[in-house]
Design a binder for this molecule. Structure first.
Ligand SMILES: CC(C)(COP(=O)(O)OP(=O)(O)OC[C@H]1O[C@@H](n2cnc3c(N)ncnc32)[C@H](O)[C@@H]1OP(=O)(O)O)[C@@H](O)C(=O)NCCC(=O)NCCS
Length: 175
């Protein structure tokens, strides 16, 4: 058989922006995250009320990366508003090119604009590489969490997740 190998180098523009309703089915990534269909819709409604933010990295109209942010007052509101970042993910074939870092920086900028002084997040104890990324970006471990949460999947079934996690945070200095 004649070997076939041809190369094509593409420059693909990636846009980071807030999710719109049309993005929601695409966030399921062809079925892989269909189980989060209701979570996506609920988060989108919370975004419409200004309580959360769904930031997407979009390539040719398709969301290839995402991070969600939850704004809250924390247990000590006198210490200032806080933000919590979660569901950071980038499609496998786009990893290692700075998209995750760009999403985190964008989430931090938005949190600062909302007046938040601290960004926190949880990372599974088994996810050493993601923890390394957060630490490189200035996050430090300040606690741990059982990582238990529930969601209702696309079939209406309640699903329980248990993912023991480190809790990290970073002070968002005002520029
Ligand atoms: C973590 C993740 C969002 C990073 O996105 P990215 O675009 O690859 O990030 P960047 O290119 O800006 O940075 C690369 C760094 O991400 C981390 N990373 C890369 N691949 C990873 C993977 N499969 N899982 C976890 N972290 C990974 C590493 O620290 C890597 O640095 P290294 O190559 O020097 O080890 C992406 O890898 C991912 O979606 N992983 C699976 C989901 C996940 O672990 N999310 C974090 C939950 S807290």
């Amino acid at each position: 058989m004649i070997p076939v190998r041809e190369e094509l180098t593409l420059a693909l523009p990636i846009v980071i922006r807030r999710a719109v309703a049309q993005d929601l089915p695409l966030l399921e990534w062809y079925g892989r995250y269909a189980k989060y269909r209701r979570v996506f819709w609920r988060t989108f409604q919370q975004q419409q009320r200004g309580e959360r933010l769904m930031l997407l990295a979009v390539c040719n109209g398709f969301p290839i990366g995402q991070v969600f942010v939850f704004f809250h007052n924390g247990e000590r509101p006198e210490h200032g508003a806080r933000a919590y970042m979660y569901s950071l993910r980038v499609m496998d074939m786009f990893r290692g090119q700075g998209i995750g870092t760009a999403l985190i920086h964008s989430a931090e900028r938005h949190a600062r604009e909302q007046g938040c002084v601290v960004m926190s997040l949880g990372v599974a104890k088994t996810n050493q590489r993601a923890r390394a990324l957060y630490e490189r970006l200035g996050y430090t471990v300040y606690g741990e969490d059982s990582g238990e949460w529930m969601y209702v999947d696309q079939h209406g079934k309640r699903r329980k997740v248990t993912e023991p996690s480190w809790v990290l945070e970073k002070t968002l200095f005002m520029g």
